[in-house]
Every structure is written in C-alpha cells, then in structure tokens.
Design a protein around this ligand. Structure first.
Ligand code: ATP
Length: 491
C-alpha cells in the first residue's frame, strides 16, 4: 500500500512540475529506463520460475509407469484418499493431510511418484525446486512461496480441478534447520512463509492443496516442518531390489525393439545398487549403442556395455563389491536368524539392498508400544544386535567395521540395564557410579551376551548360511521365509 501511495505521489509531483512549465522529459526518460531495467530483472529473476515447470508436469504419469516401489506406492495411495473423498473426510471431521515428504536416494522416482499422485487424484500439478527460493535478498524467497501457492490455486481453477499438488524438490535447500545459515534471516523467512501457507490450508478451500516434497537429506530439515499438521506423512523411497529393477527395465524398454537374446532378468540381477534413473540411462545408452552400430534391434551385448558405461561413467553413489555383498548377507542373516530364535515373529523382512547409510537391514515386525522391558528381553535385544558381527566372525573367519552401529546400540542398551539395576552391581545411583564401574558392568553384560550369541550362531550356522545364499540370490527375503528356515523341524 505504501509503495502505491509513493508512486501516486511521485506521479502527482511530476504532473505538477510539467504543468508549471518545468522541463520534465529528462526525468521521464530516466524513469522509463529504470522501469525497463527493473522489468527485465523481474522477468529474468523475480518472476516465479515454478510456473515454467507446469507444462512438463502435464505429461501424464501414472503409478503404473513407476517400477518397483510397491510399499511407497501403497503408502502414498492410502494417504491420497482424502483428496479423492473430501466429503467423507469432512463428514468425519478429519483434519486434511497437508504434506507428504518423500525421502530417499537420488533418482529413485520421487518426482515421478508426485506426478503420479496428481494424476491419481485428478489434481493440478505444479513443481518447484528448493533452490528456486534461495536468494540473497530478504523477502524474495518468501514472496516466491506465496506466488507458488497462489499459482497452484489459479492453475487448478483454470483447469477446472478441485485440488492441486504443489511439489517441492530438494526441500532441504529452502527448509533446513532455522538459524544455521549466514543469511539466515532470508532462509528463515522463506521457511516461515511455507509454514504459514501450510497452516492456512483448510478443508473449506475451493481448491484443496496438498504439498509434496522430496529430499535426499531429511535429517537436515527443520523439525517444525515435520510437526503434525505439516508434513504428516513421510514416505521412504528406496533403491529398488532386483524385481523392482526388472520392472523398471521393462518400462524403459517398452518403446524399444529388443532382440531375441535379451534377458532383462539377468541385467536386473547384475545391476545391484542402481537407481531407477541409472536403469533408465542403461536402456537409453543401449539404444544409442545399437544406433551407432546401425543395428535394427537392441541386443544383450548393447545392454551389458551400457551397464558398464553407466557404472564407470556415472560412478554410482554406492557400488558394493561381490565380496562385500556376501559379508553383508551373512551379517544380516545372523541378525535375522538369531532374531527369530530369541524373539520369534520379530522379523518382517531382511534385505541386502542398501538403504540410507546401511548396506543391509532387518526390518522388524511392528509391535505394540512397550513402556517396560524385562531383563531377559533386553538381553535378547543385545544378543540380536551382536549376532551380525558374530556371524561374520564365525562363518567368514573375521569381523568387519560394519558392526560399529550395532555395538553402539548394544552398548546403550547395556548401559540402560546397569542404570535400571539389572546388572551384577544391583541397584545403583547414576551420579554416584564412577565411569570405570559403569564401563565394567556394561562390559560384563556384553561379554555374557557375546558368549551366548556365539553358541547360538554355531548351532544355527547352516541356517544362517542358507539365508545368506538366498539373500544374495533374491536380495530381499520375507519374515515368513526366515521363520520357515528356523522352524523346529529344520533346526
Ligand atoms: P532426485 O532426488 O535426483 O530429484 P528423484 O527421486 O526425484 O530424483 P525422478 O526424477 O523421479 O527421481 O527420476 C528420474 C528418472 O529416473 C525418471 O524420469 C525415470 O526415467 C527414472 N526412474 C526413476 N525411478 C523410476 C522408477 N521407479 N520407475 C521408472 N522409472 C524411474
């Protein structure tokens, strides 16, 4: 308002001077020039860039165009029900879901999932990247956030849709923890504006908005963003296992002529650690190789060369050597088999597909919240944590650095046991306990559990080995299969 008044006053003064006979043309020309420069700057720089990505996003992507990611797709479809059935959610007084955060390594299909969510719900789709909101000038980022939301609403109305999805890629760039940047005022204002926009979204809006964001580094995000009422759902999008890779390869070769000898399953098995984007690149490179040779079809040799090219050329974030994979398989099998022995039904699945920082992972079966744990339960948890390294040591002959995180957790559990009076020290007072005494008591618990778990691993050596072979073959094995392996008649 103040700006408009200043402009009006300026024009008034100019008009008055002109009317009084003063030569105002140099001033008018100067102002026109300044205006022109500002307009160019505005169009190049300040105008909301997000709008440009509307066109690209209109290319329809459905969930069927995304290979693998079954869990992520399922979780997403469930979360999107409120956009599909707004009346039912409103009748029940359900607070609308405002934000979904997709986390996972680059190139795993987070953007595709957001686009598929838009076509699944018939929403307008507007995409932006976190870096588009980062500016040196205070307030510009916040203004862009406002424009993005306004543009999404306008777009939905123009397209006659009842809802819109705003997708923000690399959200950690604009929504990192507050107060940590040099120009933190600008960062904080941008993030605050995003929170304000999200808080302002209601069920009664004529256009229902949903914010979807993607990040490879969810740990950098400001906690305010993950509070209830903002990004309520976090959907993990992981690297695909071999079946996921096979589906992705099939999708990206749909439009390509394949020779008889092509065995996509073999390529899928050989491309451990590849993301969807890498696999898309493999298919494209293979087609280029075929084109260069003047071949009419893509053959197995083209695909194999393309795999090498992507591997060597792009250098994957994490390529795991065969030997290392074997070690991870034995380690995870140790956790899973001993886990089922000591806590039957505790394993949901075990995988050697890298996830986040982990090279392998045992997904625990969901269990009800527990507020109390007994001595035996805590000791079993410690034993399961130690089982990975014990399996490596006893089956492969030596342990590795891969167990450092397990040890840290086991140590923490043992420390809690000592402080809870569950060690040989009996009831203790934390402040009166010397660090040496605590250390010795923790050591005592860990040594006892190490001895127990070594005996268990010796006994289950065959089962652990069998599970590790199966993991190398299938990459992910379900809890049922692990239970079948350790069932009493097999033991
Ligand atoms: P980033 O974190 O780098 O933004 P992203 O996870 O958003 O990556 P996308 O942009 O969705 O990844 O994927 C990049 C390309 O990789 C897609 O255009 C597609 O060709 C291919 N791709 C990735 N994942 C899949 C998948 N699951 N199925 C089919 N294609 C995929």
């Amino acid at each position: 308002m103040a700006k408009e008044m200043a402009v009006a006053a300026g024009l008034g003064v100019l008009a008055f001077l002109g009317w009084s006979g003063v030569d105002i043309w140099p001033v008018v020309l100067l102002l026109a020039l300044v205006g022109l420069v500002m307009a160019v700057a505005w169009y190049q720089h300040w105008l909301p860039r997000p709008g440009r990505r509307v066109e690209a996003a209109r290319q329809l992507v459905t969930f069927d165009d995304i290979g693998g990611q079954a869990t992520a797709k399922q979780e997403l479809k469930e979360a999107l029900q409120f956009l599909l059935h707004p009346d039912a959610t409103e009748r029940l007084g359900i607070r609308p879901l405002k934000g979904i955060l997709l986390t996972g390594p680059p190139g795993t299909g987070k953007t595709l999932l957001a686009k598929a969510a838009a076509s699944f719900t018939g929403s307008a789709f507007l995409a932006a990247s976190g870096s588009e909101f980062v500016e040196m000038y205070a307030g510009v980022g916040a203004q862009r956030v406002r424009q993005l939301f306004a543009e999404a609403r306008r777009l939905a109305r123009r397209e006659g849709r009842g809802s819109a999805i705003v997708f923000i890629d690399e959200i950690e760039v604009m929504a990192g923890k507050r107060g940590q940047h040099h120009s933190h005022l600008e960062y904080d204002q941008t993030l605050n504006q995003l929170l304000v926009e999200m808080d302002g979204m209601t069920v009664h809006d004529d256009v229902r908005l949903l914010v979807m964001a993607a990040s490879n580094r969810a740990d950098l995000l400001d906690p305010a963003l993950l509070r209830p009422g903002r990004f309520d759902r976090v959907v993990r999008v992981d690297l695909p296992d071999w079946q996921g890779r096979l589906q992705i390869l099939r999708l990206h070769t749909r439009n390509k002529p394949l020779a008889e000898d092509v065995d996509l399953e073999r390529i899928a098995r050989e491309t451990f650690g590849f993301s969807g984007a890498h696999l898309e690149s493999v298919c494209n490179e293979a087609a280029i190789l075929a084109f260069r040779e003047g071949a009419r079809e893509i053959c197995m040799e083209h695909l194999k060369n393309a795999v090498d090219k992507v591997l060597l050329g792009e250098k994957l974030d994490r390529t795991v050597q065969r030997q290392e994979r074997e070690r991870v398989a034995v380690h995870e099998s140790g956790h899973a088999v001993i886990g089922e022995r000591l806590q039957p039904g505790s394993v949901a699945s075990v995988t050697i597909v890298p996830r986040g920082m982990a090279l392998g992972f045992v997904r625990p079966a969901p269990e009800p919240d527990r507020w109390l744990k007994t001595d035996a339960e805590l000791r079993a948890e410690i034993a399961v944590l130690l089982a990975g390294s014990a399996a490596e040591r006893l089956i492969l002959g030596e342990a590795s650095t891969g167990a450092a995180n397990d040890f840290e957790k086991a140590w923490e559990l043992a420390r809690q046991m000592v402080l809870a009076g569950l060690s040989s020290l009996g009831v203790v007072q934390a402040e009166a306990l010397s660090p040496e005494a605590l250390y010795r008591a923790v050591q005592e618990i860990l040594s006892a559990e190490t001895a127990r778990v070594e005996a268990l691993v010796e006994r289950d050596r065959a089962q652990i080995w069998a599970l590790s072979r199966r993991l190398l073959e299938e990459e992910t094995v379900g809890g049922e299969a692990v239970r079948a392996l350790v069932s009493p008649d097999v033991a």
